[in-house]
Design a protein around this ligand. Structure first.
Ligand SMILES: Nc1ncnc2c1ncn2[C@@H]1O[C@H](COP(=O)(O)OP(=O)(O)OP(=O)(O)O)[C@@H](O)[C@H]1O
Length: 440
């Protein structure tokens, strides 16, 4: 079966339609009772004639949409979750993963119907008794964060109001921070008693490696934790250095790892555009906007200067643009991201600061206005993966367009293709028909 929803056969699509209608029923069926327990009710018995009619009409419309290949995204997720080749595939339901009733309730309230592959594989290990250590890799946007957050919440005892602070008390049970701050809180400032920590998660382990000092700080925190503290390490990419670090920091780990060619998602289509100058790249971008409907886009530039220039040019063209760059204060960055998430701005122009972590479902296009390179000018494959992973979140389709403006950047692009063993097709942005085709 194809992983790619564009290539689904009609019978698969119809099966998907059926799933969607079941999904609708399932959402209705699962309701928490007064004690927070999840109760299943017989929906069919409760359905009125009116609802029955509405359902049939919805089903028929959906089938029509599917036949014309406009597969709805919810539907698409359902299809992917039944495709063994997809990172969203699972054979189990959340109920079978033995989450606490309140967490199960929360998961359904979030609109999650089935776990993804990483959730299905990682959760039983993380929730085992005694809890297991884990080093895990999964593609961007496939539910890693949701997986370890569920594991953390499963371990929290709400009655225990720590971590504690010497003078002022921290009553929150979960602390999220960069290695430097958490280390200060555990050691210098003693806001947290590390001996009481039950779960230690290192997310985006590749950043720990790339950022000066983070690796050592993480190891110093890990050494303060009790022996029975559960250690979890997640990353979308695992270069050798990340791998070495992971094994240093997580003792006796269970390991979930991807093959290199599995790291990129088939739901994200990747293209490059040949240009000869910055202005041509800008023109290509305008052509793209002229030809396809772009819900929201993120555009990555190498320098703040280019990012500010581009944001200003796009504004002149009438786009609602937000600019996010490294010199902004944390609060300012958060405010910009929040406005973008709310859809107040449709385009986010940024430098690398924003390559990771942002989860905005509506981002349908990522543009590498400049290709990601490291400080020595070599291709930065991890950053590339994180950048394009801002689109195609949890089974959504995405488009990644790379602007190539010199022999050097063509060489960078070729090396990125080789690294991921994935062909990046050329796109002629002067050909409107061609652009329209890729968007369908
Ligand atoms: N089982 C699920 N069903 C439906 N949606 C889900 C499920 N799990 C997670 N999601 C949603 O999918 C999106 C991506 O999930 P998440 O942020 O956990 O992925 P991630 O692998 O940590 O991504 P990244 O690598 O970019 O950090 C989020 O919006 C999340 O709410």
């Amino acid at each position: 079966m194809a992983t790619d929803s564009w290539a689904l056969a009609v019978d698969e699509q119809e099966a998907a339609a059926e799933s969607l209608s079941n999904l609708h029923l399932k959402e209705e069926k699962i309701k928490p009772d007064a004690n927070g327990a999840v109760v299943k009710t017989n929906t069919n018995a409760e359905k009125t004639d009116e609802e029955e009619k509405e359902d049939r009409a919805a089903q028929s419309l959906l089938n029509k949409l599917i036949r014309s290949n406009l597969v709805d995204n919810t539907n698409q997720v359902e299809v992917l979750q039944r495709d063994p080749n997809s990172p969203l595939y699972s054979v189990k339901s959340f109920e079978e993963l033995r989450l606490k009733p309140q967490l199960l309730q929360g998961v359904y309230a979030m609109g999650f119907n089935r776990p993804s592959k990483i959730q299905e594989n990682a959760l039983p290990l993380m929730l085992a008794e005694p809890p297991q250590n884990l080093i895990a890799q999964s593609q961007s946007g496939t539910g890693k964060t949701a997986a370890f957050v569920l594991a953390m919440l499963s371990q929290v005892e709400p009655a225990n109001k720590y971590p504690q602070e010497r003078g002022q008390k921290i009553s929150e049970q979960i602390v999220i921070g960069t290695p430097g701050t958490v280390l200060d809180w555990c050691s210098k400032l003693k806001f947290i008693d590390p001996k009481k920590i039950k779960v230690f998660v290192l997310d985006e382990a590749d950043v720990m490696i790339a950022t000066q000092g983070h690796q050592d700080q993480s190891i110093r925190i890990q050494r303060m934790l009790p022996r029975n503290c559960q250690m979890l390490l997640f990353s979308a990419t695992f270069e050798d250095s990340v791998w070495k670090f992971a094994q240093k920091v997580v003792p006796d780990p269970n390991i979930i790892k991807l093959k290199r060619e599995e790291e990129t998602l088939d739901t994200i289509k990747q293209y490059y555009v040949l240009c000869s100058s910055r202005d041509e790249k800008f023109q290509a971008l305008c052509n793209l906007y002229g030809a396809i409907t772009i819900a929201q886009a993120m555009i990555f530039c190498h320098t703040r200067k280019t990012a500010s220039w581009l944001a200003a040019e796009l504004s002149k063209e009438g786009h609602q643009v937000a600019l996010l760059s490294g010199e902004m204060m944390v609060e300012q960055r958060a405010a910009v991201i929040e406005r973008f998430r709310e859809g107040k701005e449709k385009v986010l122009v940024t430098t690398n600061v924003c390559a990771r972590g942002i989860d905005v479902e509506q981002v349908s296009v990522v543009i590498n206005f400049d290709l990601p390179v490291d400080k020595d000018g070599n291709p930065d494959n991890e950053t590339y993966l994180h950048r394009i992973g801002r689109t195609g979140r949890f089974g959504k389709r995405g488009l990644a367009v790379n602007m190539v403006d010199s022999k050097h950047s063509m060489n960078i692009l070729n090396r990125i293709q080789e690294h991921f063993n994935k062909k990046i097709e050329r796109l002629d942005t002067d050909d409107l028909d061609e652009i329209e085709k890729i968007a369908n």
